[in-house]
Design a protein around this ligand. Structure first.
Ligand code: MG
Length: 285
């Protein structure tokens, strides 16, 4: 398993107590595939998972190009919608340059979370393209905060199937947006307040396809540091079948001093999270 050791970062917000962010990522090719076409970035204030696709091992190059495009955002105090749209545009251009045949054009999903500093409050700006996911565990519960861009999600939205049927549907891997492979694929944005004691999980479908939401929630609720949580999540998905590459990034908002998410759960310094969808100003080209 490829893994980052834990990263610790103190965002520049005028809050007391100052929030501290701790994070880690892990990835495994799984039990079936020879190559790992997933990639991830733990580079505060930006965190992401990318799931590449494409013949002749172009998928791993595509997801790596997504990481390289976003790596320029490291070490900034705050992330904007324009920053993410620009990084997506850069990734789209460099992935398009890989394509030799339009039928096997490489592409990549993106699930990214950037820290937004707004006075004394921090926000996670979550951007999604495809079917990698973002989940949040906080005082108010555990929920998926990204919406899959997939054929089965459209069938769920239309009331044709439920989420249990989607998990085993033959078209469950077919996505409707991607960086590269599909031209009209703008990111979908969600903005949520950064709440003390909350955990953010970014993952590829190799995790969410093997472990139920309840199983993912159980591991996150154990409150171990991010480096332990990501290792357990990835190992759990590989043991459950590992049919696809598995990647997880966990980002915690902790009390300075303890670094333990479990000790801060129930002591949030913000009210119940609210979810706003930010309209994209323009279609990313
Ligand atoms: Mg995958």
């Amino acid at each position: 398993m490829a893994q980052t050791s834990g990263v610790r970062w103190t965002p520049q917000v005028d809050a007391s107590p100052a929030p501290v962010i701790t994070a880690a990522g892990a990835s495994h090719p799984g039990a079936v595939r020879a190559h790992n076409e997933d990639a991830w970035l733990v580079g505060p204030p930006i965190f992401l998972v990318a799931d590449g696709m494409g013949g002749h091992s172009a998928g791993d190059v595509a997801s790596r190009l997504v990481v390289e495009s976003f790596a320029d955002l490291r070490d900034r105090p705050s992330i904007t919608v324009a920053d993410i749209e620009q990084a997506v545009g850069t990734a789209r251009t460099s992935i398009a340059a890989l394509a030799t045949d339009p039928d096997t054009a490489p592409g990549s999903t993106l699930i990214a979370a950037g820290f937004v500093a707004e006075g004394s409050q921090g926000y996670w700006l979550v951007a999604n393209i495809g079917d990698s996911r973002a989940y949040v565990l906080s005082e108010s519960g555990f929920e998926q905060i990204s919406r899959d861009h997939s054929v089965v999600q459209e069938m769920i939205d239309a009331g044709e199937i439920d989420s249990d049927e989607a998990r085993v549907h033959p078209e469950r891997h077919v996505i409707t947006r991607a960086i590269g492979a599909m031209p009209d694929s703008p990111p979908e944005f969600v903005l949520i307040p950064v709440v003390g004691g909350s955990r953010l999980l970014l993952c590829s479908d190799g995790l969410s396809g093997e472990l139920s939401d309840a199983a993912i929630e159980r591991i996150l609720r154990d409150g171990e540091p991010p480096s332990v949580a990501v290792a357990r999540l990835v190992a759990g998905a590989v043991e459950a079948g590992g049919h696809d590459n598995v990647t997880a990034v966990v980002v915690d908002v902790v009390d300075s001093g303890t670094d333990r998410v479990a000790t801060t759960l129930g002591h949030s310094f913000s009210s119940r999270p609210t979810v706003d969808t930010i309209p994209t100003k323009k279609k990313a080209s």
